[in-house]
Each structure stands twice: as structure tokens, then as C-alpha cells.
Design a protein around this ligand. Structure first.
Ligand SMILES: [Cu+2]
Length: 136
């Protein structure tokens, strides 16, 4: 007696859907944490201030910003949402924590005096970006 057709028939389509859903979720999670980062070098203005506009919407864009050491930096954070996650931005290495009003541009100014990579985050450490300070 052949039981194989029975075994095939007993695979529940819901189980298949759950397994496939799990695979998709894992792939999305990996992409979120290890996917490509948007890296941009700040442009210096005539006054020698390295400025860049960062859009805040479910994340920071760009989220990797390259600047030069010992030259003033101005990051214009434009918060394009009201989600409470992004209402604050912190640069712990530079002692900066600032509220970002929704749909407004908030300039954050500092002069990086040490080279290296410095993380900036939202108030809850969920959204992340990175400042790379290069030696001139
Ligand atoms: Cu947050």
C-alpha cells in the first residue's frame, strides 16, 4: 500500500506560508542591518563650513557622512515625519543631543577635533548613522 499521496496531501498550505514568510522576514532583517549604506562626503561652503542636508524619515539619509578633521561641520537635519522615534538626535561623542521638530530643518554644528568613526542615533538608539572624520 502506497502512503505517499497521503503524506503529500497532509502538508498544510498554512505551514508553507508561515515558513516562506519567515524566510522573507529573515532576508529583510539581514538587508536592514547589513545592506548598502548611503555614504556622502560633506561639501565645504565658501566660509569653510562643511555642510550637508540629512533627511530624517524612518532613518537617516545619507547615513554615512564623511568630513574633515578640525573644520567646522553643519548638518542640516530635515525631519520629514512625525514618528516619535526620530524626534531627537544624539551625537554622544560630541556631547550633542537635539530635538528635531517635524517638517523643519534643524542645524547641528560642531568641529570634529579627533579622527575616527562616530555613531549618531535617535533618542532610543534605534535609528543610526555614522560620521567619519578624516585627517586632513
Ligand atoms: Cu528612535
Amino acid at each position: 500500500m502506497n502512503t505517499l499521496p497521503f503524506a503529500v496531501a497532509r502538508i498544510d498550505p498554512t505551514q508553507i506560508a508561515v515558513i516562506l514568510g519567515g524566510i522573507v522576514l529573515i532576508a529583510l532583517t539581514l538587508w536592514y542591518f547589513f545592506g548598502p549604506r548611503q555614504r556622502v562626503a560633506a561639501a565645504a561652503t565658501a566660509a569653510g563650513v562643511q555642510t550637508i542636508r540629512v533627511t530624517v524619515k524612518g532613518g537617516y539619509s545619507p547615513d554615512v557622512i564623511v568630513v574633515r578633521q578640525n573644520q567646522p561641520v553643519r548638518l542640516d537635519f530635515y525631519r520629514d515625519e512625525t514618528a516619535s522615534c526620530s524626534e531627537q538626535v544624539k551625537f554622544p561623542d560630541f556631547g550633542i543631543a537635539r530635538d528635531l521638530p517635524a517638517y523643519k530643518t534643524t542645524p547641528i554644528e560642531f568641529t570634529p577635533d579627533k579622527p575616527g568613526e562616530f555613531t549618531f542615533t535617535c533618542g532610543m538608539n534605534m535609528m543610526r548613522g555614522k560620521i567619519i572624520v578624516q585627517v586632513t
